[in-house]
Design a protein around this ligand. Structure first.
Ligand code: FAD
Ligand code: FES
Length: 276
């Protein structure tokens, strides 16, 4: 662990991975602190899943940034880490975001839609798109000031904000902003990428489906292992006329087949046990 900083209502902590490869945007790590985890104290016991919010190669390995919202024993422990403490890191894991043209052949750009702590994977994705010269419009929504932050927008020219309590930008949901954007003639010129609470993801999926716009959703499910062994993260696949789209399977394991999922792969993003 190298630092632990406040970022709005969230915290950003960083760790050096001395041996791992560079992660891609949308991938995640299983994290646990070396001390104060499991043992006689009980919870938290298993490692917890975290999207990588930024990564930069530097002396000694890859610096990984994570954004954390304290909602229970594991996230509270990680949010309180001191710079000198050590972390167990497993990753990078899972399927990352795909470039816009792979998601939708005529897409020249990207629309990024983030809700709450879901800004984490969009932060690194925005930087990677910028480096590749791909234009990205950013829509962010937060419940209130306490549940916001995590993204440095200083170099971001096209960003729109929504606050459910009216504390910033549009008063209402971030998906209201997306609906307006998708009304335009050039709606299909961008692929949509979203991460946030299940209800927000489902609204994004349904808006995009209605307008024929391709989208990728970074989803969450309870994850005990993070690499395909426990089936704790099973998510139902889309069912079209009794036939499941993904090689005849009914479920995917979100940790290996996701966490980034194409909108058309699922019937709903309202997955049992996901979100907090
Ligand atoms: C792929 C992935 C990426 C994630 N990225 C981030 C991130 O960047 N930053 C961040 O703060 N959190 C992230 N999470 C959520 C984080 O893993 C959970 O909040 C954490 O595991 C909760 O552990 P806890 O011990 O603090 O709380 P617990 O006591 O285990 O749970 C507290 C509350 O959170 C809910 N919850 C528990 N686990 C999950 C889960 N996996 N998904 C959704 N809700 C859960 C519970 O239902 C409960 O309401 C991610 C989850 C996944 C699956
Ligand atoms: S978390 Fe164990 S199989 Fe996905």
């Amino acid at each position: 662990m190298t630092r632990n900083l406040a970022s709005g209502g969230y915290r950003i902590f960083s760790a050096i991975d001395p041996v791992g490869p560079d992660p891609s945007a949308g991938q995640f790590y299983m994290l646990a602190s070396e001390s104060g985890w499991g043992g006689a104290e009980g919870r938290p016991y298993l490692a917890r899943a975290f999207s990588v919010a930024d990564a930069e190669r530097q002396g000694g390995g890859v610096r990984l940034d994570f954004l954390v919202q304290a909602v229970g024993p594991g996230t509270e422990r990680l949010a309180s880490l001191e710079a000198s403490e050590r972390l167990w890191i497993t990753g990078p894991l899972g399927r990352p975001f795909a470039p816009p043209q792979e998601v939708q052949s005529d897409a020249a750009g990207a629309i990024l839609v983030g809700g709450g702590i879901g800004v984490a994977p969009l932060a690194i994705w925005r930087r990677q798109l910028k480096r590749a010269g791909i234009p990205a419009r950013v829509l962010l929504g937060f419940r209130d000031r306490e549940n916001s932050g995590g993204l440095d927008l200083s170099d971001c020219s096209e960003v729109r904000l929504a606050g459910e309590d009216g504390h910033a930008g549009h008063r209402g949901y971030v998906t209201d902003l997306l609906a307006v954007l998708l009304e335009g003639d050039d709606a299909t010129s961008a692929a949509v990428y979203a991460c946030g609470p299940p209800a927000m993801l489902e609204a994004v999926r349904s808006l995009c489906t209605d307008r024929g716009v391709a989208c990728e959703l970074a989803m969450e499910a309870p994850m005990a292992c993070g690499f395909g062994a426990c089936f704790g993260c099973a998510v139902p696949l889309a069912n079209t006329n009794g036939r499941h789209k993904n090689r005849g399977r009914t479920y995917m394991r979100l940790c290996v087949d996701g966490p980034v999922v194409r909108g058309e792969e699922i019937d709903t993003a309202l997955v049992r046990g996901s979100g907090h």
